[in-house]
Design a protein around this ligand. Sequence first.
Ligand SMILES: *[C@@H]1O[C@H](CO)[C@@H](O)[C@H](O)[C@H]1NC(C)=O
Ligand SMILES: *[C@@H]1O[C@H](CO)[C@@H](O)[C@H](O)[C@H]1NC(C)=O
Ligand SMILES: *[C@@H]1O[C@H](CO)[C@@H](O)[C@H](O)[C@H]1NC(C)=O
Ligand SMILES: *[C@@H]1O[C@H](CO)[C@@H](O)[C@H](O)[C@H]1NC(C)=O
Length: 485
Amino acid sequence: MASNCFTKILCVFSLLVVTAYTKPPNIVFMVADDYGWNDVGFRNPDMITPNIDKLAYEGVILNQSYVQPVCTPSRNAFMTGVYPFKAGLQHLVILPEQATCAPTNRTFLPQYLKKLGYATHALGKWHLGFCKWECTPTYRGFDSFYGFYNGQETYYNRTVVGGIDFRDDKKAVLPDVTKYSTYIYAERAKEIIEKHDQDEPLFMYFPFQSVHEPIEVPVSYENMYSGIKNEGRRKYCGMVTAMDDLVGNVTAALKENGMYDDTLFVFTADNGGWTTFHGNNYPLRGGKATVYEGGTRATAFITGAGLMKKGYTYNGMMHAVDWMPTILSAAGGKPVDTDLDGIDQWDSLRTGAPSKRTEFIYNLDDKNPPICGHAAIRVGDYKLIEGYPGAYPGWYKPETVSEQNPDTGSTKHEQQPNILGRELFNLKDDPYEHKDLSLIHRDIADQLSKRMAEYHAQMVPANFPGNTASASPKNYNGYWTPGWC
Ligand SMILES: *[C@@H]1O[C@H](CO)[C@@H](O)[C@H](O)[C@H]1NC(C)=O
Ligand SMILES: *[C@@H]1O[C@H](CO)[C@@H](O)[C@H](O)[C@H]1NC(C)=O
Ligand SMILES: *[C@@H]1O[C@H](CO)[C@@H](O)[C@H](O)[C@H]1NC(C)=O
Ligand SMILES: *[C@@H]1O[C@H](CO)[C@@H](O)[C@H](O)[C@H]1NC(C)=O
């Protein structure tokens, strides 16, 4: 009797302990490469992305979520919560033979998550430098890495600039070259999920190879868009649907293993679609590598565990630097560094409350005008661009039917004369940047210019070295390999 009672008390007690302990959510952070604003089914009915659409509709579609104009800087912002112009990463991207990487004196998001008990995995494209091992994913907080270090490569033989680029953790490997890489990543993701010890929360950082050029896709996906005459656009759309299948397979694996309901998903493009390679941002202006909205306003959503309000579009301002403190907050943590640019937006996203952000820097890059030499800031509804906005200043419709059809827009991407002055837009009234107000509202332009100068004073010089010959894969059995800086 007495022992029975004791057991009962113990049971009740352990029940209380169990209810009181809530394991942090699993987090899947998906980054779609060069993915256009207008390349998703929830915005463009011509696109076949049922898995992405379903996740987005069930969650919160982010309508004003901004990223950097190109890959490396956005990724550094995601990992560190710091503006690229303070990390020396404001100029273009890290190239294969450049002896540099994301500054190693910053704590990366997975390093914080490990302290909270997370298992951390990265799959896909790194693009934060690899000239020494200290720069690579498994030295920067990830338990495992499966993917490539450079900014792009082929989807079958996995080569870039004359070298193979693929790693399983630190090991150079070349997965089956007859298999499209999207399948390979899906298989590895499934394996990670199946093997995961569910006593621990899981963090999967999944920077997809898709849909960056080269434009390669299995014909079965291309055939889903047989109505599109333009071959490049047809294949690009197929790549998008292959990526969508990958998203579907990741969610299916989480469901099969009973993890889905405890998972928070973040999905964002790293920059706008690259119009030269058939990405599309219409009706936004410009594209990848411009500070216009088409280069910087990302297709993005958040969905899953922890959100209290779902199924709507959020119009609050988010920026790439916010993801690090926001994801960390969702996991129950907080950055130690107090000098971050990122704002913890978890409460706003979770409840639908107004964004805590009222301004941000699109980029500040002084180097080599006119190739870059651009600066842009948003304060409230206004946006000021100073210098050269980038090579794609137009409004490009998708190449849907034929290359010549005037109704389906221009496929011409010739550079326009450099605009080296300044442009001011009211994004509330004019989200597509048709009407430059810089001569009408000189006072507002001056105010924004002054604010931008305050940020500029915090800039560190762009770290953009020349090529290092010893980087050559010839020195490393044909593989791009750390060890030359
Ligand atoms: C981190 O390194 C960068 C260059 O890589 C340097 O500019 C910066 O001052 C360093 N910051 C700290 C806090 O040590
Ligand atoms: C790898 O594939 C690309 C096409 O994606 C092709 O152009 C290249 O020749 C191939 N390289 C090797 C070494 O097979
Ligand atoms: C997704 O899973 C299905 C079923 O296992 C498989 O047939 C398909 O090839 C997978 N797709 C991708 C992109 O991995
Ligand atoms: C998204 O933003 C655009 C302005 O760029 C606006 O016209 C549209 O109404 C917003 N969508 C929703 C659903 O709020």
